[in-house]
Design a protein around this ligand. Structure first.
Ligand code: SF4
Ligand code: SF4
Length: 377
């Protein structure tokens, strides 16, 4: 047994569904693309993750020789009906940027410790271009929707990379786009036009980005503001979006598979009721909601904003009392988006609530939202 096969065995034993190895050479094409589309990606390139620097792993870790790419299958449990169309599968798998104390964080830690015990210097680098690394390590192929696809998993996998100083045996790259030649189902299905051509996505229009990257203070001049035309297209998504993956023929086999129900998700599903999320307390957020959203959203007001948008998009007047209650939320952000939602639902009762709120509202950003909502009712 070689060290390379020991590493792969250990990864599979830990529950990863695939492992491949590539060299620590740079990713110049990816770097060039990030630079070319800098305006779209400033929120990322200007972040402390330093993704452009990590396109040259040896710049960040001079001893780097190999990148180990492992993939975790994120579609092992059935998605409870109450979650469908609200939260992306990858987040339901609780695998994304997981705290160490949780199972997927622990798995990553155990992998790192195993590599270290075998004499390696290791960096678990979140900013290595993970999808490219996975394709170069032979465990994934590209899809035109910008996701990568794994054997037997479709695109519902999460890649983690470990940069190590050992010279390992490299796998043959699989850097091909394995889509049917004329297929554009993902581009056609994308509600916002974020996927604007094969293999190209403008994150600023992506629902997933708007759910959790639009947070005040994020790099690249990002704020919590979501343009109204995107709000309307967000539908019921409050954390992520799976539309371009569920439309994909390469995912159909996986999507049609009868998956076992997961007790944790079943338990959580009713807690993610949109009305409960909209008007949740700090305690409810901490105990019930945050364990599934710690990945990106760290303040409850952003999820409340997303819930307000989703309720507005139902266009159902039954939610007017809940949105009216949100017009008294201490966070101006929540009041502003509740106002937008009331305007989207429209009708006499919504209009009355908006007028009453305008009479007592002092925050300029909320007043703007109320006036704009009233103009549409
Ligand atoms: S995740 Fe949703 S919004 Fe983003 S590119 Fe895919 S379909 Fe479009
Ligand atoms: S929908 Fe079609 S074009 Fe898009 S990723 Fe899937 S197979 Fe490729």
């Amino acid at each position: 047994m070689s060290l390379t096969s020991d590493i792969k065995d250990f990864a599979l034993d830990l529950g990863y569904s695939g492992a491949g190895i590539t060299s620590a050479a740079g990713f110049p094409d990816y770097a060039a693309e990030l630079r070319k589309r800098n305006e779209m990606y400033r929120f990322y390139t200007e972040s402390t993750l330093r993704p452009l620097d990590w396109t040259e792993p040896q710049k960040m870790m001079p001893s780097a020789r190999s990148i180990i790419a492992v993939v975790l299958d994120c579609a092992r449990e059935a998605v409870p009906e109450k979650f469908a169309g609200k939260i992306g599968r990858i987040y339901l798998a609780r695998a994304y940027i997981t705290p160490r104390a949780r199972i997927n964080g622990m798995r990553r830690q155990m992998m790192k410790e195993f590599l270290e015990k075998n004499g390696m210097e290791v960096t678990v680098a979140r900013s290595v271009p993970e999808r490219q690394a996975a394709a170069r390590a032979g465990i994934a192929t590209y899809g035109k929707n910008t996701f990568v696809y794994f054997d037997g998993m479709g695109s519902f996998g999460l890649v983690t990379t470990f940069v190590v100083n050992a010279e390992l045996e490299y796998d043959s790259p699989t850097m091909t786009v394995n889509c049917p030649p004329n297929c554009t189902a993902c581009i056609d299905a994308c509600p916002t036009g974020a996927l604007y051509e094969p293999l190209r996505m403008d994150p600023r229009r992506c629902i997933a980005y708007n759910c959790f990257t639009t947070i005040d203070g994020n790099p690249g001049g990002v704020t919590s503001y979501i343009p109204p035309d995107i709000r309307e297209k967000m539908g019921s998504w409050i954390h992520g979006c799976d539309v371009c993956q569920t439309a994909c023929p390469r995912n159909q086999k996986r999507l049609k598979m009868k998956l076992p129900p997961g007790a944790y998700l079943e338990r959580k599903a009713h807690e993610f009721d949109l009305v409960r999320v909209l008007n949740m307390t700090d305690e409810y957020y901490r105990q019930s909601i945050q364990p599934l959203t710690y990945n990106y959203i760290t303040e409850k007001k952003y999820l409340q904003r997303n819930a307000a948008i989703a309720l507005g998009n139902t266009c159902d007047s039954a939610f007017i009392p809940d949105l009216s209650r949100a017009m008294s939320d201490p966070a101006p952000l929540v009041r502003g988006y509740a106002a937008w939602a009331l305007g989207r639902i429209g009708g006499k009762a919504a209009k009355q609530t908006l007028e009453d709120s305008l009479g007592r509202e002092t925050e300029e950003s909320v007043r703007r939202e109320i006036k704009s909502a009233l103009a549409g009712t």
